[in-house]
Design a protein around this ligand. Structure first.
Ligand code: FES
Ligand code: MG
Length: 584
């Protein structure tokens, strides 16, 4: 499918943004032309052409993006062929796993960098290369704010893994086998062998973790070539897709097809429908609110939950199902999944190609009804939960979220005594102590792990089940935190409690032994403690989180919003326009 020029006006060369740098007969523009020639480009290679930025989040410590340098070359060759001038702009690489304390601390950093890279340079449009969890929302947040034509080129999921005949999915099976190691079901030797076997190719996690959740959402919203999010990173069609991004962005620039021309609430709705049907990561709830905010659209947890109550988990992918992204691609990919639920979609919404959702899905076909399912055969029926449940109560007045489809049915209504940890370190040191006073009914609580408290809201919300309970066969417990959880994990984990403990949210007032009451069906989460007692506890409340006096962490703590507000910086949300930089 190619760019649709219908009813759009083509720009004159003089209207290209980059012409402000290159065209004038001034000493400054002389320097711009001179310096571009210094890099070996002759005048006719860059003059009068759309300048295409390629924002590349490659680094040697971003395992899921290790192929993005090569993909940038594919984008470049197509930009040249289409009459553009490609320029690669390296950006912060927020690769999960190796970045500490958490990539979430740096999502806003990358969003700022993407926006400012585009603003400060003579760039008319951009291809965004990313895909690991935070890079997708970060690049899109920055691009929406900058508002020039952009196209997202997803890194693509890694190839399917197998170990000793069993499917292994990144993240999901790490956790599964870690628990088996702790109970002695596998040996240390097995564990070391697994380390080298699980992630066997380039690309992002092959489960429906946050990476595939966010790239699929961006795909359904229209930010990429339709269906691109499902193409495995190692497939030759992935290289072809990257090149097609280069060709397409040149057209988009000539017709000034920027986000404000096409991105509406309907696109967000379609992203949310995809999120729920895929059984996507709870992290998406934060990112979608932040992205919408950048577009001047107010999106709430309740807006998303309303969709979740109608669209069950349909894609048979880990951690909800038992397949991997490569099988999803072979079964027809995202467009085939969307076609099966087309009546939920706003089909007139258009994306980067200026074509509508109904056009994208018209040619899609499903080749495997076990992997890509319809409403008649959901992976999890709505009666057993959905991808996003919002809870409210005296523990979380501004909301908490959970993936109720990943909770044990017996725990949907639960009452139990709290066991509270103030820090992640205390949790790790104590959780496996044999004398810990804990049963399967205990409600594990971790606080000071939110946006301000940690800071950066790490993925600590999948609190480990104590070893002695694992040995008794306990596989799930009610767990509550102001942290996030990896999209590759599962369990009755209540996350994103807002307001968080560090800013005085009621989670800070809970004491070990308090009775906690969860009712997923009613959407409530309460501590059964009287208002008088809570008032008395509040009077003695002392913040226990670390406050940073300098560094990026200090900026972050001072300006980050709460989880239900998107965790963006308050000064980056939509508001007055930022002028183009003066060129003197
Ligand atoms: Fe990068 Fe999972 S660690 S996508
Ligand atoms: Mg992840």
């Amino acid at each position: 499918m190619t760019f649709n020029q219908t009813s759009l006006n083509r720009l004159e060369i003089s209207q290209l943004r980059s012409q402000r740098w290159y065209a004038p007969d001034t000493i400054r523009a002389f320097a711009h032309r001179q310096r571009s020639q210094q890099m070996g480009f002759s005048r006719d290679e860059f003059m009068g052409k759309p300048v295409i930025g390629i924002i590349n989040t490659w680094s040697d410590l971003s395992p899921c993006h290790s192929h993005l340098r090569e993909r940038a070359e594919a984008v470049k060759r197509a930009v040249w062929a289409a009459g553009g001038f490609p320029v690669e702009l390296p950006a912060l690489s927020v690769g999960e796993v190796l970045v500490k304390p958490t990539t979430m601390l740096y999502r806003n950093f990358l969003a700022m960098e993407a926006e400012e890279l585009l603003r400060q340079h003579p760039v008319d449009g951009a291809v965004l290369l990313g895909g690991c969890d935070k890079s997708t929302p970060a690049l899109l947040m920055g691009a929406i704010s900058m508002d020039i034509p952009v196209l997202f080129c997803p890194a693509g999921p890694m190839s399917s893994g197998k170990w000793r005949g069993q499917k292994t999915g990144a993240g999901t099976h790490t956790k599964k086998y870690w628990d088996q190691l702790r109970t002695g079901a596998i040996t240390q030797h097995d564990w070391v062998e697994l380390e080298g076997a699980m992630t066997r190719s380039i690309g992002t996690c092959n489960t429906m973790g946050t990476a595939s959740t966010m790239t699929s959402i961006a795909d359904a919203m229209g930010f990429m070539l339709p269906g691109a999010s499902s193409i495995p990173a190692a497939d030759s069609r992935h290289v072809q897709m990257a090149a097609l991004c280069g060709k397409t962005i040149v057209d988009m620039v000539w017709y000034d097809h920027k986000p404000s021309r096409w991105l509406t609430r309907d696109n967000f709705h379609n992203g949310i429908v995809a999120y729920m049907a895929l059984g996507g990561s709870t992290n998406a709830a934060i990112h979608l609110i932040a992205m919408a905010n950048r577009a001047g659209i107010t999106l709430t947890l309740e807006d998303m939950e309303a969709v979740a109550r109608e669209v069950p988990v349909l894609a048979n992918l880990f951690p909800s199902g038992d397949q991997l992204m490569e099988e999803f691609f072979f079964a027809g990919g995202l467009m085939a999944q969307l076609k099966k639920i087309s009546h939920f979609l706003k089909q007139d919404a258009v994306g980067v190609l200026n074509t509508s959702v109904s056009q994208w899905i018209s040619t899609a076909e499903c080749y495997d009804d076990n992997v890509i399912r319809g409403l008649d055969n959901p992976v999890v029926p709505l009666s057993q939960g959905c991808a996003l449940t919002v809870l409210k109560g005296n523990l979380c007045p501004n909301g908490a979220v959970m993936k109720s489809s990943a909770a044990k049915p017996e725990l949907r209504q639960h009452r139990g005594p709290a066991l509270v940890f103030d820090t992640h370190q205390a949790l790790s040191e104590q959780i496996d102590r044999p004398d810990l006073d804990i049963t399967a009914d205990t409600v594990l609580i971790l606080r000071n792990a939110g946006p301000v408290g940690a800071p950066g809201m790490p993925e600590w919300g999948n609190l480990p089940i104590p070893k002695n309970l694992l040995q008794q066969g306990v596989t799930d417990m009610v767990r509550i935190s102001d942290a996030r959880m990896s999209g590759t994990h599962y369990g009755t984990c209540i996350l994103h409690v807002a307001p968080e403990a560090a800013i005085g949210g009621p989670l800070a007032l809970v004491k070990t032994g308090d009775i906690i009451e969860l009712d997923i069906t009613a959407g409530t989460l309460n501590m059964l403690v009287s208002d008088e007692e809570l008032t008395a506890r509040r009077a003695n409340l002392q913040p226990t989180h670390r406050v940073y006096g300098r560094s990026y962490a200090a900026l972050y703590q001072q300006h980050v919003t709460q989880a239900n507000e998107g965790c963006d910086f308050d000064f980056l949300q939509s508001g007055s326009d930022v002028p183009e930089p003066p060129i003197y």
